[in-house]
Design a protein around this ligand. Structure first.
Ligand code: CAA
Length: 249
């Protein structure tokens, strides 16, 4: 069988890089999307340090908030590497502020990058997955989608939107061999959580029953499972990986 091909949006970030490494180690050819020039250098070092090179991975620049840019990016990936079998929608940002201080820019930046991006990229790959009869869409949501978080009306709304998207699309494509699932990480050690004010971060960690933040690799392991053939009968689910911070019914 040919190598499966994965596209990871936000692939050079903390969780994205761990996902790229894990999938590449499992024998998948991984394409890491990034939207800010220069942010890919750390990814290159990290992949090289893990012994992963151009035979197992590539980079693809493109703004996930721009539908037409995503059309072009996915076409270029298809031409260079082949059709995408696995899409991990991982691109995400925060613009935390209490709602009374939140500006339209804070709102739209997060909704566009974290939620509209999922439409923009999934729309590019879904037809070919259905035609080939196999596909995996894995959407990275957040514990704060369901739990809500002080200072994150924009982020919680976007991440909750991802859960609705996941369940709706899962129903539409399951008969075509395509599964659509979400993973909801809790607080994970990345630049995103490093940006939280120190005193606030300490208060949050104190609430996590596991007594610590998660590691990017702990999210990547769940992605690899949902991307595998072992997860072929799982669709429309939301896998929470949060150290006990929030437990769903
Ligand atoms: N619940 C209730 N009240 C709270 C509160 C909470 N969780 N947090 C703060 N408050 C209160 C404070 O006690 C304070 O009250 P007083 O005015 O009476 O003293 C008031 O609200 C203002 O609090 P801050 O000083 O924190 O307000 P600020 O404007 O300086 O900061 C904020 C606001 C930037 C949103 C800051 O609270 C913050 O960073 N919060 C954390 C947000 C967060 O968890 N972000 C997650 C980022 S990582 C991520 O998103 C990944 C993922 O998926 C989990």
């Amino acid at each position: 069988m040919n190598k499966r091909i994965a596209l990871v949006t936000g692939g050079v970030g903390g969780i994205g890089t761990a996902v790229c490494k894990k999938l590449a180690q499992e024998g998948v050819f991984v394409v890491a999307n990034y939207g800010i020039p220069g942010t890919e250098s750390r990814w290159k070092e990290s992949m090289a340090a893990a012994g992963l090179n151009g035979a197992s991975s590539a980079l693809a620049f493109g703004d996930v908030t721009d539908y037409d840019a995503m059309t072009g990016m996915v076409k270029a990936i298809n031409d260079a590497h082949g059709a995408i079998d696995i899409l991990v929608n991982c691109a995400g940002i925060t613009r935390d502020a209490t709602f009374r201080k939140m500006t339209p820019e804070h709102w739209h930046a997060v909704i566009d990058t974290n939620l509209t991006s999922v439409f923009n990229v999934t729309r590019q790959v879904i037809d070919a997955m259905c035609e080939r009869g196999w596909g995996r869409i894995i959407n990275i949501s957040s514990v704060n989608a369901v739990r809500g978080q002080f200072g994150q009306t924009n982020y919680s709304a976007a991440k909750a939107g991802i859960l609705g998207f996941t369940k709706a699309l899962a129903q539409e494509v399951v008969k075509k061999g395509v599964t659509v699932n979400a993973i909801s990480p809790g607080y994970v050690q990345t630049d995103m959580t490093n940006a939280i004010r120190e005193d606030v971060r300490q208060q949050i960690v104190a609430q996590i029953p596991a007594g610590r933040m998660g590691l990017p690799e702990e999210i990547a392991d769940s992605v690899a499972f949902l991307a595998s053939d072992k997860a072929s009968y799982i669709t429309g689910t939301n896998l929470s990986v949060n150290g006990g911070l929030h437990m769903y019914a």
